[in-house]
Design a protein around this ligand. Structure first.
Ligand code: ADP
Ligand code: MG
Length: 267
């Protein structure tokens, strides 16, 4: 804390523009029971192609930050820029995946994945059907194309949610506790699959979780939020090769570094 981020004013290098810039964002909700300060001067960047997680205890404002980056809510102060452009609402440049898959129960798996494509059209070189097939293959669900969501397991539903978010080929994937309600074994599988998808598609991923091990397993960098109102306590790089060994020394050391913030053990 107390150090100002280094502002770069040299626009000649486009690589200097972060893919996502969260610029001194605060959020106060006005409710009937008074004002709730959810975020306080949150400031961090995500570079193109990076996998960044936001971790913090329940109620610290992670979903609020997610919704502001997604454009589903406005900050009270500060702003968010994507590729240098201020966010004013949701857009096809940011795919979203939620904890509760929010699939349309009356649509088949394929029709769920096609949903965004019907609005904005398929990416260049694809028909809608080809794009749906590609995305279902990416998440390993080609055989379930004609099934309905209620016929799927929780893990399969989350895979459909990921396929749907990827369908319009957004450069950015925003994920809010996407594996929060799947069992531990499925979660481990989904972690491997998500990293494969990230490698294949080269998306920028901003991943919200309260599961520290999950964040260390997946991320290039972890943005640690304090308890509410959320502020950035630290940004912790995870310079470990993938696939990561969850029991390795480097892994458990970084996990302990993050955990320390929530046990009051930091200096
Ligand atoms: P997290 O995702 O980290 O669990 P949230 O972003 O959901 O946290 O919530 C942060 C704080 O903001 C909490 O105190 C929550 O009760 C409050 N909050 C979230 N959404 C609203 C809302 N729409 N109106 C009022 N308060 C809200
Ligand atoms: Mg949340």
């Amino acid at each position: 804390m107390g150090t100002e981020p280094i502002e770069t004013t040299d626009d000649t290098h486009s690589t200097d523009t972060p893919e996502i810039a969260v610029d001194h964002v605060s959020k106060t909700y006005q409710s009937e029971r008074g004002a709730v300060r959810a975020l306080d001067d949150v400031d961090f960047d995500v570079q193109a192609g990076e996998f960044v997680s936001i971790v913090g205890p329940s109620g610290c404002g992670k979903s609020t930050a997610f919704r502001i980056i997604a454009g589903l809510e406005s900050p009270t102060e500060g702003d968010v820029r994507v590729g240098g452009t201020p966010v004013t609402g949701p857009g096809p440049d940011r795919g979203m995946v939620f904890q509760d898959d929010a699939l349309f129960p009356w649509r088949t798996v394929a029709k769920n994945v096609a949903y965004g494509l019907e609005e904005v059209g398929p990416p260049d070189g694809f028909t809608i059907d080809e794009r749906v097939d590609y995305c279902l293959d990416l998440v390993g669900l080609s055989e379930k194309a004609d099934a309905f969501p209620k016929e799927l397991s929780g893990g399969q539903r989350q895979r459909v949610g990921i396929a749907r978010a990827l369908a319009v080929d957004p450069p950015i994937l925003l994920m809010d506790e996407p594996f929060g309600s799947v069992d531990a074994r499925t979660k481990t599988t989904l972690h491997r699959e998500l990293l494969d998808i990230w490698t294949e598609t080269q998306k920028t991923i901003c991943f919200v979780t309260h599961d520290i091990e999950e964040a260390v397993y997946l991320s290039d960098r972890i943005v640690v939020f304090s308890g509410g109102p959320g502020t950035v306590l630290d940004e912790i790089a995870v310079p470990l090769d993938r696939p990561r060994d969850r029991t390795g020394d480097g892994f458990t050391d970084i996990k302990a570094d993050v955990l320390a913030y929530f046990e009051g053990e930091e200096d």
